[in-house]
Design a binder for this molecule. Structure first.
Ligand code: MN
Length: 752
C-alpha cells in the first residue's frame, strides 16, 4: 500500500466512524464496496490542486455523513463521479450495488452533464426547474449539492479564472437557491458566501474589513450580548438550552445593503442570535423576555411557528436594539432544537437515521436491511406529509420539496444553450416551433444529443436538440398527428389550409378555363367578375377555390356567366362540405396500407432489416433511383444515413384512408392487404415445434411465409419467423398466441 492509498484508506475509516456515530447498524460493507470501486475508478486521476481525485468523493461523502444521511446517499456520493469520469457503467453499478444506488448515481451524473451546457444562468429559473425535474429522488439533489459545496470550497485551486467565475455564477444562481428551496439553509449560506467571494472580490473584502473594525470595538461584543440574552431569559424563568451568537455572513450583509441602500459606515446590523429552548411554549415565553429586555424594532417580528414557511421552517424572528452605548441592532431567532435541525439541514434532516422498532437486534441479513431502508424511507415520507399538512402553503411546499416536480414538462437545450420549456410528450417539431415559426416550418430532421432521431421522438429532460432545416421547407401534414403544443398545431393547420387553398385555386382556374373552352364562349376575367355576385363569391380567387375544392361545378359557373346557355333551368349547385381528396396523400406500400407524406407515383419498398408494419412509427429514406425505403423509426440502419439528412422523408401510414374506405387515397390500400412482420422465437428443440409454430400463427389468422432456424442447441432453438399480418396489432396477437403455447419460451418481434 503506497502513501496515497494509505491516506485514502484513513479517509474512508474516518467516514465509517462518522456514520457509525449516528447509525450503529449501518451497512458498512456497502460503504467499503463503494469506496473500493471509487478508489479503483479514480486511481490515476488528480484534482486541480494535485491531490488524488479520490479525496473529492470522500469529502462529499463526509459532508453527507455530517447531515446524518442514509448509507445509500453516502455510497452514491462515493460513486458520484465514476460514471462521468471513468469507465464504470450503469449496469456495472446495478450489478454491484442494486438499482437504487445505480439510479441515484445516474441521476447525479445527469445533473453533472448539464453543467457542461453554456450560459444557462441567463435562464436561472428554468434551469432550476430542470434540475428539480431531473432529481426525482431528492437524494440526487442532496448529493449534487454536497458535490457543489466541496467544489466551491476548493474553487481557489481551479486555475482558469473564467472557469472559476462560471462555476461561482452557477452556484449563486442555481444551486444556492435550490438548497434554500429544500430548506438546507446552512448549505445555501455557505454556497452564497463562497460564490460571493469569487464574484465580488472587492465588496467582499470591504465588508470583511468593516466587520473586523466592528469586532475591534472593545471586547467580544457577540459574547457579551450572548451572555446578556441568556441572563434576561433565565431571569424571566425560561427553560433555556442555549444562546448562539454569530456574525451575519458577508453575502447576506451585502444583499441587505443593496436592498436598503445602506452605506458601509451605517452598517450596524451584523449580529444575529439564536435562542434554543425545549418546547414550542418556551419559545413564546423567551420572546416575551427578549421584548421586555430591549426596545423592539418595528416590523421585524415574525411568527413562523404558528405559520411555518413553505419548506417547513419554523422559528420566531424579532429585531431589537441594544442599549447605549452600543445602540446596535440585532436579530434574534427563537426555536426548539428540532426546529433548528430543520432550519440547518432542511429536507435532509427528515432523512436522518431514526431507530425503527425491532431494528436494534443487529441483524446483518441484506434482505432485512432492504426492508428496513424502505421503512426508513416511508418514515421520511410520513414526516414530509406531516409538514405538508401543517404547512401554510402546501402547494408551494410540494413544489419546493417533493420533487415530483415539473413532471408534466420537459426542458431541452438549443445548441447555443438556450433552455426551452415544453409540455411532456413534446417532439422535435414542437421544439422547432417553440424556437421560431420559421424553424418549425423548415424543419426536416433533428439531432438529439448529437444523434439523428425521427421527428416523432419524444424529448427528454436535458436533451440537446439541433433542428435541421431546409430553406423554403414546409410543414408536413403528418406532423399534426404527433405534435402536442398549440403553437405547432396551429402553424401546421394554417399552412395546410394555405397550401390547400393554393392547390384548389390552381385546380379551379384550370377547370374553369376548360369548361369555357368546351362551350366555345369567352371565359375572361371580366366575364367571371360579372358572374361573382350570382354565385355568392366575394372575389375571383374565392370562385377558383370553390371550383377547385368541389363546392361549385364548372358548368354552373359557365351558366351563371351565360344564362342563355342554360338548359333545363338548373340553378347553380352548391355541394357543401365535399373535400378535395387528393391533397398531400399518395403512394402506397406494395400491397399494403398507403402512406402519407409522399409525392404521387413514388415507388415504395419496406426495409428487410426492420419490417415496418402499420402502427409502427416510420421514416422514409430516399434510395437513389429506387424510390423510398421505409424503416421503423427506431431502426439501427438509420444511423448509417446520419450524414445525409436530406435523404430522410417524414412519412406515416395513411390510417385515415383505411378508416374512410370511400376515399381514393392510396389506391392499393384495402382491408384485406398484408405486410410481413418478423418474430424471433426461442422454443424447445422438438420435432413438432415448427408445425406448432405455423399452426399457432394460423390460428391467429397469420400466415407463415418464411422460417429460419438461426441457432440450434441440444434442448432449444432460436427461430426467425416471417408472418403475413395486417398491422402491428395483428402481429402482437400472433406473438401473444405463441407466448401462450407450451414449449415456446420466448417470443419477441425481431429488430435489426
Ligand atoms: Mn464531483
Amino acid at each position: 500500500m503506497d502513501a496515497v492509498e494509505q491516506t485514502a484508506r484513513i479517509g474512508c475509516e474516518g467516514l465509517i466512524r462518522k456514520i457509525l456515530g449516528y447509525d450503529p447498524n449501518a451497512d458498512i460493507a456497502l460503504i467499503e464496496r463503494a469506496f473500493a470501486v471509487a478508489r479503483d475508478a479514480h486511481a490515476s486521476q488528480k484534482r486541480d490542486n494535485g491531490e488524488p481525485y479520490l479525496t473529492h468523493p470522500l469529502a462529499v461523502a463526509g459532508i453527507l455523513a455530517g447531515f446524518r444521511l442514509d448509507v445509500a446517499s453516502i455510497a452514491t456520493a462515493l460513486l458520484h463521479d465514476t460514471v462521468e469520469d471513468t469507465g464504470v457503467t450503469y449496469d456495472a453499478l446495478q450489478a454491484k450495488f442494486g438499482r437504487t444506488i445505480a439510479d441515484l448515481v445516474d441521476g447525479v451524473t445527469k445533473l453533472t452533464r448539464l453543467e457542461l451546457q453554456s450560459d444557462r444562468t441567463k435562464q436561472a429559473e428554468n434551469f432550476r426547474k430542470l434540475v428539480l425535474a431531473m432529481s426525482r429522488d431528492i437524494r440526487v439533489l442532496i448529493v449534487k449539492l454536497a458535490d457543489r459545496l466541496h467544489n466551491m470550497r476548493t474553487l481557489h485551486h481551479v486555475r482558469r479564472s473564467d472557469r472559476r467565475e462560471r462555476i461561482a455564477h452557477e452556484t449563486m444562481d442555481i444551486y444556492a437557491p435550490l438548497a434554500g428551496r429544500i430548506g438546507m439553509d446552512r448549505v445555501k449560506t455557505e454556497l452564497q458566501n463562497l460564490a460571493f467571494a469569487e464574484l465580488e472580490t472587492e465588496a467582499n473584502s470591504t465588508i470583511q474589513a468593516r466587520l473586523n473594525y466592528l469586532r475591534g470595538q472593545g471586547a467580544d461584543v457577540i459574547e457579551e450580548v450572548r451572555l446578556e440574552l441568556a441572563r434576561i431569559c433565565r431571569e424571566a424563568g425560561v427553560a433555556l438550552i442555549e444562546v448562539i451568537g454569530r456574525e451575519k455572513s458577508p453575502f447576506s450583509i451585502w444583499e441587505k445593503m443593496q436592498r436598503r441602500n445602506v452605506a458601509f459606515e451605517q452598517l450596524s446590523d451584523i449580529m444575529a442570535f439564536r435562542v434554543l429552548v425545549p418546547s414550542r411554549e418556551d419559545c413564546y415565553v423567551a420572546l416575551g423576555a427578549v421584548h421586555a429586555g430591549y426596545p423592539v424594532i418595528a416590523g421585524r417580528f415574525k411568527d413562523y411557528i404558528s405559520t411555518p414557511k413553505a419548506n417547513g421552517y419554523q422559528s420566531l424572528h424579532t429585531g431589537v436594539t441594544l442599549r447605549q452605548p452600543r445602540n446596535q441592532k440585532i436579530e434574534v431567532q427563537i426555536r426548539t432544537p428540532e426546529m433548528h435541525d430543520v432550519a440547518e439541514n432542511g429536507v435532509a434532516s427528515h432523512w436522518v437515521y431514526k431507530e425503527v422498532p425491532g431494528e436494534a437486534d443487529g441483524t446483518q441479513d441484506p434482505g432485512v436491511n432492504t426492508v428496513i431502508s424502505s421503512l426508513r424511507r416511508l418514515r421520511w415520507v410520513q414526516d414530509l406529509l406531516e409538514i405538508i399538512e401543517n404547512s401554510a402553503a402546501p402547494d408551494e411546499f410540494l413544489e419546493n420539496t417533493k420533487l415530483e416536480l415539473y413532471q408534466d414538462q420537459v426542458f431541452c437545450f438549443t445548441p447555443k444553450g438556450q433552455l426551452i420549456q415544453l409540455p411532456r410528450g413534446a417532439t422535435p417539431v414542437d421544439f422547432a416551433y417553440a424556437v421560431h415559426s420559421q424553424v418549425g416550418d423548415g424543419c426536416v430532421g433533428v439531432k438529439i444529443n448529437g444523434r439523428l432521431m425521427p421527428l416523432r421522438h419524444e424529448l427528454q429532460n436535458g436533451d440537446q436538440v439541433e433542428i435541421m432545416t431546409a430553406r423554403g421547407g414546409t410543414p408536413s401534414p403528418s406532423w399534426e398527428r404527433f405534435v402536442v403544443t398549440g403553437k405547432a398545431r396551429a402553424r401546421i393547420r394554417r399552412h395546410l389550409a394555405q397550401t390547400q387553398r393554393e392547390t384548389h385555386l390552381d385546380a379551379g382556374r384550370a377547370a374553369l378555363a376548360r369548361a369555357f373552352r368546351r362551350e366555345g364562349v369567352d371565359g375572361s376575367e371580366k366575364v367571371l367578375d360579372a358572374a361573382l355576385k350570382g354565385l355568392k363569391c366575394a372575389s375571383r380567387d374565392d370562385l377558383y377555390v370553390a371550383v377547385g375544392n368541389g363546392n361549385l361545378a364548372p358548368k354552373d359557373v359557365v351558366r351563371a356567366a351565360y344564362p342563355e346557355l342554360r338548359q333545363g333551368g338548373r340553378a347553380p349547385r352548391m355541394i357543401p362540405g365535399l373535400q378535395h381528396p387528393a391533397t398531400g396523400r399518395a403512394g402506397a406500400g406494395p400491397g399494403g396500407m398507403a402512406l402519407v407524406g409522399l409525392g404521387a407515383g413514388i415507388s415504395v419498398h419496406f426495409a428487410g432489416c426492420c419490417h415496418p408494419l402499420p402502427g409502427d412509427r416510420i421514416v422514409g429514406i430516399v434510395a437513389q433511383g429506387k424510390g423510398i425505403t421505409v424503416h421503423t423509426a427506431g431502426c439501427q440502419t438509420l444511423e448509417s444515413f446520419a450524414a445525409t439528412p436530406e435523404r430522410f422523408m417524414d412519412i406515416d401510414w395513411d390510417y385515415e384512408s383505411v378508416a374512410k374506405p370511400g376515399s381514393n387515397a392510396g389506391a392499393r390500400a384495402g382491408p384485406g392487404e398484408i405486410h410481413v412482420g418478423r418474430i424471433s422465437v426461442i422454443a424447445a428443440n422438438e420435432p413438432s415445434m415448427l408445425a406448432t409454430l405455423t399452426n399457432t400463427a394460423a390460428r391467429h389468422d397469420g400466415t407463415v411465409v418464411n422460417l429460419k432456424i438461426v441457432n440450434r442447441q441440444l434442448d432449444f432453438m432460436e427461430i426467425l419467423v416471417d408472418v403475413e399480418v395486417r398491422d402491428l396489432r395483428h402481429l402482437s396477437s400472433v406473438i401473444a398466441g405463441m407466448r401462450g403455447t407450451s414449449g415456446i419460451t420466448q417470443v419477441e418481434r425481431a429488430r435489426a
